[in-house]
Design a protein around this ligand. Sequence first.
Ligand code: NAI
Ligand code: MG
Length: 499
Amino acid sequence: MPTLAEKKTTRPSRPAPELIFGDLWEFDPAPETADPKLKPRYDLFIDGKFVAPKSGKYFDSINPANEQKLAEIALAGRDDVDAAYAAAQRAFETTWGKLPGRERAKYLYRIARLLQDRAREFAVAETLDGGKPIKESRDFDVPMAAAHFFYHAGWADKLEYVAPGRRIAPLGVVGQVIPWNFPLLMLAWKIAPALAMGNCVVLKPAETTSITCLKLAEILRDAGLPPGVVNFVTGAGETGAAVMSHPIAAKVAFTGSTEVGKIIMRSLAGTEKKMTMELGGKAANIVFDDAPIDQAVEGIINGIFFNQGHVCCAGSRLLVHEPVAEQVLAKLKNRIKVLRVGDPIDKNTDVGAINSREQLNKITAMVASGVKEGAELFQPACKLPSKGFYFRPTIFSGVSMSHRIAREEIFGPVLSILTFRTVDEAIEKANNTAYGLSAGVWTDKGSRILKMSTELKAGVVWANTYNKFDPTSPFGGYKESGFGREGGRQGLLDYCKLV
Ligand code: NAI
Ligand code: MG
């Protein structure tokens, strides 16, 4: 028998930490195999039925992970948008607008449950059409979409508490346009409060990600939602403009780029329409030297690489306290070396496909500008699939406030790191942006969290966490990030009038 001392000396020595982090271990492929039940062709959903577009035109929706065609989507023209609004107005006047809240709640609960029943199928469809990792669509997008329907079902019979002491009424028909980064979740954010409040809806999904919207139409039909209460028209910017400017729309809600938000606002100036806009962002994630550093590093990674950085509230600027700047940078570099970039349908994938070739080109150009302006680039040497749209997780250090990568929204997996010395400098730098959607603060000090969350001009400030969402908590921006709130009691206020 070896003695204890001998045992100690014969134990194999552990590899140095650099070796553990240096290589990405090969995993066997682990694709999610649930059937997404896709149809080869999707028509418009108007008045409770799937109908062909009047123009007879369709466009392709592709899988950005391999550029293969998934389905054909109807291209709605002005006539189709008119038909959708006419159906919505009829439904508002004859069925939905007359139902008591407790009856509307039953439909919302039914939609939530049917979505839960088909959760895996929806997650696969979302991943195939949009490129996000299956673990995100499965564990975040689909459950959160169901949670929004459940939450608003709970409100539908308690609307007198939305504005205590006041009487409220629905607006009528609302027009909504949503982007491609959270197709099903944005749809739930938009239609659940509208329906709970008694409004009817005409909604357009983004042209690259229409499939889960049209699959949800199947659920609305199966839930027995009266025809015309919700109508989906598909297409690109022209269809979106027709939805936003339609004379029947009492309110319009838009989520997307600041550029298009401004176009819509200009075109609606002087009309009676109510408006809410959820636009771009350039959030600061601020790390102080007393923060739990490993936890902060995970939060930073989640803040910008989550969903390929296709997140309006992404923590795209890291402001790090000088005493810990080197340490944080070293840990971030080690961490992104082991992010798995690749096929989004694989259950091990951390960073999936970029949503479209246009978006990939935009990210590539922004990263080139960072290099040209003198910031220091770091990318892991991971292999990228030969087909499809992919971008390596990217960290820029030595960034200054004048660099484009510090000012403009990139909407990709690209982190720009700046440093600061004092609390005031951190606040000043964080607020020195045209946007104001979100921010993050990492510190051990509660008083500092309170100070920062008061002084940061951002709609959401996360403390010692990032990208946390809940239907009960309102979300929305300051400045060029838009106005109006979604979620919580505040979100419902944007879908009613006080009478
Ligand atoms: P976009 O703003 O053009 O698209 C968003 C939605 O608006 C889509 O459904 C689109 O069809 C629709 N749309 C386009 N033009 C319209 C118009 N004139 N009237 C009404 N609707 C219209 O965004 P895009 O071009 O896909 O992405 C460009 C950049 O916008 C991204 O790189 C990112 O920086 C930002 N973006 C921000 C989002 C956010 O959640 N805040 C979401 C998507 C993009
Ligand atoms: Mg697509």
